[in-house]
Write a protein of this length. Sequence first.
Length: 482
Amino acid sequence: MLPNGDEERPLLEDEDVQVQPTTPPTCSTWKVLTALAALVVLAVGGTAYFGFRTSQQPTRSTERFSNGTHEFKRTPLDSYPYLNYSANYLDRGLTPHLLDISKQGLRAKYMKPVFPTLTFPNHWALMTGLYAESHGIVANVRSSYRLLTTIDKRHAIEFLGPRNEHRVLVQPFESMSLADWWLGEPMWETAGRAGVVTANQMWPGPPVTLSGASPAYFVPWRDKVPLQEKLDQILEWVDIGDVEKRPELILTYEPSLDQAGHATGPMSALVNETLAKIDVFARDLHNSLLSRNLSHIVDVVFVSDHGMGDTSEVEWIYLDGDDILGETWNNVTHYDGGKFQVYITDSYAGGYLEEVMPMPPRYHFSENERIAPIWVVPTLGYALTSKKLGDNGMSIGNHGYDNEESAMQAIFVVHGPFSHGAKLYSTDTQTSAWHSVIDGTYIIPGFANVELYNLVMRLLGIEAWAASNNGTTGFWDKYVDL
């Protein structure tokens, strides 16, 4: 498989290599842009750090707070993902409003995406707290050994793998309604089990999960939706008068920055224009909550899914060249260092690919039959193709590289009762877990995006309901006083 970030194509009948861009030399900052998958978690609640685990039937706080006109429950209200916002980008002064929000709240040095650093695997990791091998969304275009019964064959391509095994390829948006593909439990399903009202505005994933759960409010995916329309929808939910019907967790997805980065490159005029629009959105959302006297009740969390590198002057690696993969999979050979790495998943280890390295354990990307057996991971600055394809369809900006590459890192910005309380806790305990920079902005160390699920569980006060996930138990304890 030869994915080019989000610009992917169907496999040819004789292909079964999933190609992702590895850790190369560090990319200069001007070449970097990462996904603004902004997760705006509007968390209702005074200090919003509570939650417990018990063997008994869990109960949830019924405490309510007032903005002067309405009652609000103590829970997160909104989650907003921006595609393609680099951790480094906040330091350039090009998004003054988001930077000001981060100064009033706090931000992370970076947020590390899961491998592969693609849109769908990371959006579902943010939702479930699971690595791609666990939640099953292992690429933007996905394949499996078997044709699942719910798949519409019009949206699937059947083919044979390198060992003549039957496989099926499913395109990303066509799989949205196929709950079989989306494993794990998204945060809105967990919240629903705990009695929390939820809303999902276009966040990638199935509208109904395998267990039959769905958000109380759901807006299906549409492309090219104006940011103002998305903001209006968020505020419409926030303004619902009945506290029992008002969503306490709102998820919203915005892909425009990712699309601009792919089309014209991370430092293009189009990307700069899109950044400005997104910054205005962040300002308007922030001001709208202030005007409703909700800043002490609602937590807003902006996150991104992955980064983006400049591939405008990329060097091509031809997978079917005699010096790399040869004409058949039996000729796959690994060369140490340089332009790319070749990995094989556990299920295919040994036998006919003796010189290929096993998938690195740090990728957490081997224990799933949907993962193609062979992965070629280029160094940033290189891209993969074949003699037949040439440079057709290559984006000027791209992602999918090693998830430790600086260009792939995402953002985490939070403002509201959580950040306020966390800063007080930091002062009281003199914790060394984080620090403030010269302008007073508090910056916590970088962390993996699979930790986000447990943060939202804590903000909602429903940790006792949390599903199994790959987050670290007690990770958020160093920032809040339980």
